[in-house]
Design a protein around this ligand. Structure first.
Ligand code: TYD
Length: 145
């Protein structure tokens, strides 16, 4: 999965891991260290048994998040309004930064897929942009912010 990220407001986050134990792997993220913000919210997505499931399809105005695929795989499609990139998420040691003003969609989930997201703020519906045309207008209006 680890590729160079070409879209704005994204990037790869590498967690610290100890994966040479006979008794399993240990993976660590720490706020303001390998996670570049204070963590206020964590959520996970599982039960991805519907092969046609589509999640995301939105951008955020201010929220900073990092998305991990803890098990299985899925496709993460990123779009900063100019550049688009698809990533296969299948390595639990690497997260992808979902910064503000980044349209993202998740598809092609394996049935055993488990996704973890850590965020720098609480849930606020007012921070979402759920319409793609509104997203394009928003990023044009707020290009320098
Ligand atoms: P949404 O963020 O659109 O899900 P995804 O990006 O995974 O497809 O959220 C789906 C619904 O869940 C929506 O009604 C808002 C609600 N929700 C919360 O109440 N709190 C949360 O922290 C999140 C992430 C979603």
């Amino acid at each position: 999965m680890v590729k160079k990220i070409k879209v704005k407001n994204s990037g790869i986050i590498k967690l610290q891991f100890f994966n040479d134990f006979p008794d399993g792997n240990l993976v660590i993220g720490e706020a303001k260290k390998n996670v570049p913000f204070e963590i206020k919210r964590v959520y996970f997505i599982n039960n991805l048994f519907n092969p046609k499931a589509i999640r995301g399809k939105h951008a955020h105005k201010r929220l900073k998040q990092i998305i991990f695929c803890l098990n299985g795989s899925f496709t993460l499609s990123l779009d900063d309004g100019t550049n688009k990139q698809k990533l296969i998420m299948n390595n639990p040691y690497y997260g992808v930064r979902l910064g503000p003003k980044l349209w993202h969609t998740m598809t092609k989930f394996s049935s055993d897929c488990v996704i973890l997201v850590i965020a720098n703020d609480y849930f606020k519906e007012s921070d979402y942009i759920r319409n793609y045309d509104k997203f394009l207008k928003y990023i044009n209006k707020n290009a320098k912010k």
